[in-house]
Design a protein around this ligand. Sequence first.
Ligand SMILES: [Zn+2]
Length: 93
Amino acid sequence: MSASPVEIKRKKLGKKVDGLYHPPGSLCDGSLPRIDIDIRLTNEEELDTLVHECIHHTLPYLNEETVIAAGTMIAAILWSDGWRKTDDNATGL
Ligand SMILES: [Zn+2]
């Protein structure tokens, strides 16, 4: 598998500041090829969050409502199809 075009960091994030965490538990700073995800999210929340932030990274011109709608739908489809994090790709933090 090729390397990810963005670095995904999992850590305990602080409180939401100026709307930067959207959805709660993540941060995608458009100036950095990096997505931060709070380690306290459930696996389903993490999937939704990761898809959401990937959409922001890939299509930065989309507004927040569009990203939420697309991300939530894609994550729900993936989750209902059985996509899950496994021990092989879990970070174990
Ligand atoms: Zn967002």
